[in-house]
Design a protein around this ligand. Structure first.
Ligand code: APR
Length: 239
């Protein structure tokens, strides 16, 4: 457990968390921009091309090959960071988790107020009749999953060239504006509009937990350069 982090958390009743793929790497899900991240692995197309709207529309088969292979990790389970954040919320001290992740691990750890800026692998819909489908419906098939009406099923994840959900964004701004402590963890803060949300924070207790430098490091009142699961270890266990 990181003692400085614990001291900050113990003295606040209005904490908001903003996270990215680095929160789930200790659960076995690769992030995007670390050396071993998705964007540094060789594919026929650039990964950031594959997870774009126009690529999905033109090559749904190649999209699903990459998506099933690299963006869905059914065996992943919450780590100490997910569990600690859920405990802070249960104790009434953390008001919201705002995540760029689509893996659902915060909810699996027990967090209830989770704002998924980039959607979720657990929500899918038919592009023709809009019928909803589960992650299992996507995993149990090969190739392009199709609805009973014949339409193509699309994951409810925000692809490049697609807008973020306005209501989710608005709620994220609301919580960040109200926050006493803002913890930012496991994100390179290079993708907008998500990264731009930090400008709404009006407090002076920005905690940044990231293994590599970010553009917001100079704004942090507490900068922690260690694995985020390790930093929260011990705070995820019942007292
Ligand atoms: N503990 C702390 N930091 C970590 C850990 C860890 N265990 N593992 C990785 N990191 C850090 C990395 O050093 C990196 O700076 O987390 C950051 C992850 O950054 P990215 O891989 O860029 O992921 P993220 O910031 O979530 O990307 C944002 O980009 O492609 C889009 O939609 C995708 O939501 C994603 C968005």
């Amino acid at each position: 457990m990181n003692q400085a982090l614990q001291a900050v958390l113990e003295n606040s009743g209005n904490i908001v968390f903003f996270g990215g793929a680095g929160v789930s790497t200790e659960s076995g899900i690769p992030d995007f921009r670390s050396a071993d991240g998705l964007y540094h692995q060789k594919y026929r197309y650039e990964p950031e091309t594959i997870i774009s709207h126009h690529f999905f529309m033109q090559n749904p088969g190649a999209f699903y090959d990459f998506y099933r292979d690299r963006m869905i990790c059914p065996s992943a389970r919450p780590n100490a960071a997910h569990r600690a954040l859920a405990r802070l919320e249960a104790g009434g001290r953390l008001k919201a988790v705002i995540t760029q992740n689509i893996d659902g691990l915060h909810q699996m750890a027990g967090s209830r107020n989770v704002l998924e800026l980039h959607g979720s692998i657990h929500r899918n819909h038919c592009m023709d009749c809009h019928r909803a489908y589960s992650l299992q419906d996507i995993l149990k098939e090969q190739g392009v999953p199709r609805c009973s009406c014949g339409g193509v099923i699309k994951p409810d994840v925000v692809l490049y060239e697609e807008p973020l959900d306005a209501d989710v964004l608005e709620r994220a701004v609301f919580y960040i504006e109200q926050a006493d402590v803002l913890i930012v963890g496991g994100t390179s803060l290079v993708v907008y509009p998500a990264a731009g949300l930090l400008r709404y924070y009006r407090g002076n207790k920005l905690v940044l937990i990231n293994q590599s430098p970010t553009p917001a490091d100079h704004q942090a009142s507490l900068l922690i350069r260690e694995p985020i699961g390790k930093a929260f270890e011990g705070m995820d266990e019942p007292e």
